[in-house]
Design a protein around this ligand. Structure first.
Ligand SMILES: [Ca+2]
Length: 327
């Protein structure tokens, strides 16, 4: 009897898992590669939670999570978050050329406390290669890349040569497969923002100058006044949620800026009622990682301009961060 029940349960679980995947791939869902420095700040966790919520709502499909960080527990933490949200098999990429260390306030404990099967950083794939593998398998003009950290892996993709996944070089592959790069980085119209200058300004300058398609930047000034993950997450979040746990470990229950969530939200929903775009001109990045918007020549660059009041947009983001996985 117990064995029969176990078999029945397994069938039910498989059927519901199948439905979840089918729903993710609903027509109109935006296919996203999420590239994150899941380490020093906690808005990356908020952004990944928002992305899973949008996937559960049929608005997004998560193709891969790429960790551009030297935190050695970031990959396992990402796998634990993906597993919590019912997507344990999302491919995970890392930076191979960095000297790894442990410095995040939350990645190690989240990785230790929540189930996942990626046992170590070494088991993950190389981020630049994973980009190529994923892009090669997608339809033309279909992929949105969201970056919410620095750009080492993206530069590795862009400068890559042909390989077993595609005869195209990185530039050609991006041009053919990527419809949007939604980039949290820089300040607009000018400034110096950490994602662009720390620790790899050279990759920033290369990616922004050579990107062969549309880039929309969410500057530090956009996410800064949108405080989320505070009292709402503390009081209404599931006690078992790794998102709530990460914000607690980060000591962020006073609320934290929503830089990274904005880049996810834009990639999936566009401007909506949230923002307008400033698109005339282009973004110039200097060797030190500072940036300046220049009025000409016009390139396929744009930056977000606040439209919805930050306190109202915070409610939208907080609601998505409270989302619990389907069981
Ligand atoms: Ca980040």
């Amino acid at each position: 009897m117990l064995r029969n029940f176990t078999v029945w349960l397994a069938v039910v679980v498989c059927v519901f898992a199948g439905k979840a995947r089918a729903s993710d791939e609903r027509a109109g869902a935006v296919s996203v590669i999420f590239d994150t420095d899941l380490d020093s700040d906690v808005d990356d966790v908020g952004a990944l939670a928002v992305l899973h919520a949008l996937a559960d709502m049929g608005e997004a499909t998560i193709l891969a999570v790429i960790l551009t960080t030297e935190d050695i527990y970031a990959a396992s933490c990402a796998d634990a978050l993906n597993t919590y949200f019912g997507r344990p098999d999302i491919p995970i990429g890392v930076c191979r050329q960095q000297k790894m260390r442990s410095f995040s306030r939350y990645t190690k404990l989240v990785a230790e406390e929540y189930p996942h099967d990626l046992k170590s950083h070494e088991e993950a794939e190389d981020g630049g290669k994973l980009y190529r593998k994923i892009l090669a398998g997608q339809p033309g003009g279909s992929v949105a890349i969201v970056t919410v950290g620095h750009l080492t892996n993206l530069k590795n993709l862009l400068l890559s040569g042909p390989d077993e996944h595609s005869p195209l070089n990185g530039l050609e592959l991006v041009k053919k497969k990527v419809k949007l790069w939604s980039c949290m980085g820089g300040n607009y119209p000018r400034g110096k923002e950490p994602n662009f200058y720390r620790p790899d300004p050279e990759s920033t300058a290369i990616c922004v100058a050579r990107w062969p398609g549309t880039v929309v930047f969410s500057g530090g000034e956009i996410g800064n006044p949108i405080k989320t993950g505070g009292a709402v997450l503390k009081e209404q979040g599931s006690p078992g949620s790794p998102v709530r746990r990460a914000y607690d470990l980060y000591n962020a229950f006073a609320g934290r800026a929503s830089w990274d969530q904005t880049a996810v939200l834009y990639a999936v929903r566009g401007c909506g009622a949230y923002w307008s775009l400033h698109s005339e001109g282009y973004n110039h990045v200097s060797a030190d990682g500072s940036n300046e918007w220049r009025p000409s020549p016009d390139k396929p660059h744009a930056y977000l301009v606040e439209k919805m009041a930050p306190a109202e947009l915070a409610k939208v983001i907080d609601a998505l961060m409270l989302h619990e996985p389907r069981r």
